[in-house]
Design a protein around this ligand. Structure first.
Ligand SMILES: Cc1cc2nc3c(=O)[nH]c(=O)nc-3n(C[C@H](O)[C@H](O)[C@H](O)COP(=O)(O)OP(=O)(O)OC[C@H]3O[C@@H](n4cnc5c(N)ncnc54)[C@H](O)[C@@H]3O)c2cc1C
Length: 467
């Protein structure tokens, strides 16, 4: 019998268990799968809470539909009829000079494909708009040098759209610094647009037509009862998986027999030992680095170079009559130049159906990004007050919130900095001698839920099942 141990019970670990179980069943092999999660609950960064009739997402609240893996998994789990789309006609905003301004509609948010809307936008200066138009004339860079996300957008579209639109939009996914994030590791599709179409505007126009032809789906979707529904559905399907929660894996070593390595030994915090023929580590890079110290010092060192940013989400609820702003939108992003601690806000009850009871609203305020993490040192009460004050100055609250929740995410957002893909290649090289040892998850090849699920599927396929 083959023994597989999966470390980490976030979406990557649970989906790996699901795909590995399916693969074992299909192959008719006898496989024992164990999943170990250090926290008492499963789901990792996915955390949905019900407080009365409010549905609060403490972490992610949706997934992008252009990448098919999350939708496909929902369909496989029988959740297709539970998928919901954002309420119609909702726009996103950018806070610029203390005023909310409409995100100019157009493909991919910051690429001016709808020229009229960019021209009319009060987000950019006249020169900024002209510079964006000149993107059509910017030559393609073909020297093969790795570029930062910020450098690329500045080179192609200019500084204004980077600072006021693209950085808050794109780096917002990573809570990162656009000038440190690697373009090829974070948004390779932008480099592809440049290479294939000679520029972002040309590429986005062509891409928009292709996307329109292919599907009528909105860009984001979620589940009716929140993303924890995905976790519950996964767990319900893992009949052949032994799940251990509330136990950290503290050590990973290799067994040897007649000087040849034979599988792996894992030690749990309660001193229990597990033996495995294959191990899938889906833990954050800094945890994985510790676990690999004894096995591969080189891999551990490479993993410590993947840095992380901490964030927090403060969710507030109000009676609808106690808020001046109509909240007709999905929320807003805050560029760094605004000098605020608040980095973004989503208006959950406007964006999604079923998030707040009639007559009340639910809004989320985000804190923490690269270079702006000190605010997270404040205690929960101070963070709630800060969220209230910052959001009040923009949305106009007339009373105290009827509900306030803080969800902290320490060292939660991996930063794919310049050199990330090179480091991953080195990591793969360093681990190549450890057959059956597989790394997957947000730290590596995609931070969003669809990419984590894709990595889980790939990890399950790489588990050596035959003897
Ligand atoms: C605030 C926030 C908002 C986000 N919003 C979105 C969004 O809207 N859409 C989207 O697509 N993505 C979003 N993301 C990203 C996405 O949620 C994460 O990248 C993804 O959930 C990570 O899943 P994972 O399984 O790789 O890692 P995790 O969820 O971190 O799971 C790893 C698990 O390993 C466990 N663990 C750690 N150490 C050990 C150990 N020693 N032994 C055993 N277990 C251990 C942890 O407890 C954890 O449960 C967001 C992330 C955050 C933090």
């Amino acid at each position: 019998m083959k023994r597989v141990v999966i470390v980490g019970g976030g979406i990557t670990g649970l989906a790996t268990a699901y795909f590995a179980q399916a693969r074992a069943r299909a192959s008719g092999q006898d496989v024992e799968i164990t999943l170990v999660e250090s926290a008492p609950r499963l789901g990792g960064k996915i955390l949905t809470e019900r407080v009365g009739d409010f549905l609060i997402e403490g972490g992610p609240d949706a997934f992008i539909t252009l990448k098919p893996w999350a939708i496909r998994l929902c369909e496989q789990l029988g959740l297709a009829d539970q998928l919901i789309v954002p309420q119609p006609g909702r726009e996103a905003f950018i806070l610029y000079r203390d005023r909310l301004r409409r995100l100019p509609p157009g493909a991919m948010g910051f690429i001016p494909t709808n020229f009229a809307s960019f021209w009319q936008s009060d987000l950019f200066s006249l020169w900024g708009k002209m510079r964006m138009g000149l993107e059509l004339l910017v030559p393609t860079q073909r020297d093969g040098r790795e570029e930062s996300l910020g450098g690329f957008i500045r080179r192609r579209l200019g500084a204004e759209p980077l600072e006021r639109l693209a950085e808050p939009l794109l780096a917002g996914v990573y809570a990162g610094d656009a000038d440190r994030l690697s373009l090829s590791a974070t948004f390779p599709q932008l480099a592809i647009l440049e290479r294939q179409h000679g520029g972002l505007i040309r590429g986005a126009l062509a891409h928009r037509r292709a996307v329109k032809d292919q599907r009528g789906r909105p860009l984001f979707m979620t589940l009716q009862s929140g993303l924890n529904q995905l976790i519950e559905a996964l767990v319900a399907r893992l009949q052949n998986v032994r799940i251990i929660t509330g136990q950290s894996v503290t050590e990973l070593t290799r067994g040897t027999a007649r000087r040849a390595p034979t599988g792996y030994h894992l030690r749990l915090a309660d001193a229990r030992a597990l033996a495995a023929d294959a191990v899938v580590l889906t833990t954050p890079a800094y945890v994985t680095a510790k676990l690999l110290e004894l096995l591969s010092a080189e891999s551990a060192e490479l993993l410590t170079r993947i840095s992380y940013v901490s964030t927090a989400i403060v969710t507030l609820a109000f009676r609808s009559s106690d808020i001046t702003h109509a909240l007709e939108g999905t929320g807003f992003l805050v560029p760094r130049s605004e000098g605020r601690e608040l980095t973004a806000s989503t208006w959950s009850s406007s964006k999604w159906p079923g998030r707040a009871p009639a007559g009340s609203v639910l809004v989320r305020g985000f804190f923490g990004r690269a270079g702006q993490e000190d605010v997270l040192g404040s205690n929960d009460e101070a963070l709630k007050r800060l969220a209230y004050e910052e959001l009040k100055s923009i949305l106009g609250f007339k009373s105290e919130p009827i509900l306030a929740r803080v969800h902290r995410w320490p060292k939660a957002m991996p930063q794919y900095e310049i050199g990330h893909l090179e480091r991953l290649a080195q990591l793969e090289g360093a681990l190549s001698e450890h057959s059956g040892l597989i790394l997957a998850g947000a730290a590596y090849r995609g931070i969003g839920l669809p990419d984590c699920i894709r990595q889980a599927q790939e990890a399950a396929e790489r588990i050596p099942l035959s003897c």
